[in-house]
Design a binder for this molecule. Structure first.
Ligand code: GLU
Length: 606
């Protein structure tokens, strides 16, 4: 075991990286015919020095790279990139949402995090999603998500301000300027943005302010047209002048509360668009607390992730602790993926039983990340056969690592987390690292735009469980943050950062981040190969979600071990950066998922 650990640490610290052949450009069309404008090209892998940015969007990555080039640090670039994503990816992220910001400081050697998760309003009832007319829960999509009732108090503006104060060198005003400029000038609509608008047309058309902004002339902006958002530019200008206090207090806060409690719904929609509960007091009371990162180890590497209210750090960490017990590198792909699937199911069983907002419920973080607990949980894994799923949760309050025979069946948590959000990774020339996942939950969030302000409000409160059971750790409670799956992760080897990774994808975020780590750290793939590899996602359900390429390549052999698969077109849209010991950066984004991502480095290697 020790030899293997040292070998892995040595690979990541010795700069002996085997880089993948660069994946060819697979982004949006260039040289489109007629008067269609071409979106800027995207390159999913960039290798070089002096700093790097990776995000799903070419304009946003460029904004971040400019900040790095002009002497800004990783936090400055991350905030500027995130603000730009609020313009070009307004259905995934923006001022009306929340997220988790994970930071490594080269100066102190510490990993710290900011919890910018949305929060339930003080008046949110336990049965918020039950239709008073019928006594039944609103149908999830589009009814429940398109509602003031699903809107939590946004955390993104405060996260940006706080991150800049803690680690940045630039003002919020300066950090918002490129995004405001981009919003005024406009971005070129690509296939992804167009399709996301079409997919949400019914609910966007149900809200006056949203239809006006995102359905100009009554339909989705066409591919190749320029999309401008002067309203969000003006909102960024306001925050630049007055700070984020202008978001949480004063006229804008009053408008947000008014929009949530009386959504500007059109006269002719059939959607119920129930009102929510966010008040100006809720906005004024919002905080974005520092949270201790989760910490686990994988073969001598230190893995830092996001603590509750996210389940990401524990979900990834527990599965890694289980997998660390096996020589994955010596296994066939079938055996290795069998173990990945089994460990993931176990971790999700425990997530369902224990994970919620630790300000409201007791979450046994240390136990869930304890190697002895992992040893006991690994007892359920049969190397030759899939466990019947769902598997039962373990007892995080009483464990000794000793196998005690089969446990009863578990339950699959109802999964209402949407698959869209966004993620970015930044490294600067000083070696600081930011891994930041931000979201408004559903693609298009609640579908409700704050009139005249240019941004959508989240529907994050639909991430609460809707079991309505008092013992559910993720039950709806006033002033509580719904459980997240966001898994921004930074890996250190001997105190030095070697890898940062994160992804969107709702609950599949955990499995995507886990799989990329395993592909890179155990299965011998380069980082671009690890990100490109066909994905699989087992979340303690009878069937394992998997991309078509995964099923066609590995499905046959895995089925003979008893696994069942549910095909899903794509899983996640990751970004990641690997840092070699000589400072060589391998910045990576998706080659094709979500239309491909954009990785950039300050000084490309020859
Ligand atoms: N709401 C999800 C979470 O917090 C993120 C949404 C997504 O990834 O699309 O985990």
């Amino acid at each position: 075991m020790l030899g293997r650990r040292s070998a892995l640490v040595a690979t990541l610290t010795g700069g002996a990286l085997v880089l993948a052949t660069l994946v060819p450009y697979a982004g949006a069309a260039v040289g489109a015919p007629g008067d269609r404008l071409a979106p800027p090209p995207k390159v999913p892998t960039a290798v070089g020095y002096g700093g790097a940015v990776s995000s799903v969007d070419a304009d946003a990555s460029r904004v971040g790279l400019e900040v790095l080039r002009k002497g800004g640090n990783a936090t400055d670039a991350a905030v500027a990139t995130a603000a730009a994503l609020g313009v070009t990816e307004p259905y995934s992220a923006g001022l009306g949402g929340g997220g988790f910001f994970v930071h490594y400081s080269a100066r102190t050697g510490e990993v710290e995090t900011i919890d910018g998760r949305e929060k339930a309003p003080a008046a949110m009832p336990h049965d918020a999603f039950i239709d008073p007319e019928t006594g039944e829960e609103y149908p999830f999509f589009p009814d429940m998500v398109t509602s003031g009732a699903s809107v939590g108090v946004p955390g993104t503006p405060l996260t940006w301000e706080k991150a800049l104060k803690k680690w940045g060198t630039r003002s919020l005003a300066r950090s918002l300027r490129p995004a405001a400029k981009l919003a005024r000038k406009g971005f070129i609509v690509d296939e992804t943005f167009h399709q996301q608008t079409v997919d949400n047309q019914e609910r966007f058309a149900a809200i006056d302010s949203t239809a006006e902004l995102f359905l100009p002339g009554g339909s989705a902006p066409t591919v190749g047209s320029r999309f401008r958002n002067p309203d969000v530019a003006a909102t960024y200008d306001l925050l630049a002048r007055k700070g984020v206090d202008a978001f949480y207090r004063g006229p804008l806060a009053a408008e947000i509360a008014e929009t949530v409690t009386a959504p500007p719904k059109t006269d002719d929609t059939d959607l119920p668009v129930p009102a929510g509960w966010v008040t100006t007091d809720d906005l004024a009371a919002y905080t974005a607390p520092d949270r201790e990162p989760t910490h686990s180890t994988y073969q001598g590497l230190d893995v830092y992730g996001m603590a509750p209210p996210s389940s990401g750090g524990i979900g990834v960490g527990e599965a890694l602790n289980i997998l660390e017990r096996y020589e994955l590198s010596g296994m066939s792909p079938t055996e290795a993926y069998h173990h990945l699937i089994e460990a993931s199911a176990i971790s999700f069983a425990d997530r369902g039983a224990y994970l919620g907002d630790s300000d409201h419920v007791d979450v046994p973080v240390d136990a869930l990340l304890d190697d002895t607990f992992a040893a006991e949980r690994a007892c359920g894994i049969d190397p030759a056969a899939a466990q019947p799923k769902p598997v039962a949760a373990g007892d995080a309050y009483d464990f000794d690592g000793i196998c005690e025979g089969p446990t009863g069946p578990g339950e699959t948590a109802r999964d209402t987390e949407n698959l869209e959000t966004t993620n970015l990774t930044v490294v600067d020339r000083w070696g600081d690292v930011v891994e930041y996942t931000l979201t408004i939950e559903q693609t298009g969030g609640s579908g409700i735009t704050v009139p005249g302000r240019g941004f959508l409000l989240n529907n994050e409160l639909t991430d609460f469980s809707t079991t309505y059971r008092a013992d559910d750790p993720n039950r709806i409670e006033p002033n509580k943050r719904p459980r997240s799956s966001m898994s921004p992760t930074i890996v250190l080897a001997e105190g030095r950062p070697v890898l940062a990774v994160g992804s969107p994808g709702g609950s599949t975020i955990i499995t995507t981040v886990l799989q990329i780590l395993i592909e890179r750290l155990a299965l011998g793939r380069s980082l671009p190969e690890a990100v490109a590899a066909p994905r699989v996602s087992q979340r303690n359900a009878a069937s394992t979600g998997a991309e078509p390429a995964f099923i066609s390549t590995y499905g046959g052999a895995l089925k003979s071990l008893g696994h069942r698969f549910a095909e899903t077109p794509e899983l996640g849209a990751a970004t990641a950066i690997e840092i070699g010991s000589d400072g060589l950066l391998t910045a990576t984004a998706e080659p094709w998922r979500r239309g491909g991502g954009s990785a950039l480095v300050v000084r490309p290697a020859d």
